[in-house]
Ligand binder design. Structure first.
Ligand SMILES: [Zn+2]
Ligand SMILES: [Zn+2]
Length: 90
């Protein structure tokens, strides 16, 4: 038995993609908007969002060099730059 899939067109790359009934049921149940991007574009967008959100400017807890990190500024532990990190580990 083949479940009937719903066909959508990605607004990003204009590629057609299929959504399985189980997924459609989730959208309906959680009242989520229907997808307008194919899985690979959605994945790319999610990665882009995450990168934007997750990078903070902090300074190294040891040498004070400023750097970009995925740790939030209010993270309770000291963070180190690559150099100090490896010194610490070694
Ligand atoms: Zn796409
Ligand atoms: Zn450092």
């Amino acid at each position: 038995m083949t479940p009937k899939q719903t066909k959508f067109t990605c607004k990003e790359c204009s590629k057609e993609f299929l959504v399985i009934p189980q997924e459609m049921a989730i959208y309906a149940e959680k009242k989520l908007p229907l997808p307008d991007q194919c899985p690979s574009c959605r994945h790319k967008r999610r990665m882009a969002l995450r990168n934007e959100r997750a990078l903070y400017k902090r300074s190294c807890g040891k040498c004070g060099d400023s750097m970009l990190t995925t740790y939030a500024p209010d993270a309770p532990y000291a963070i180190y730059c690559q150099k100090c990190f490896w010194e610490n580990v070694g």
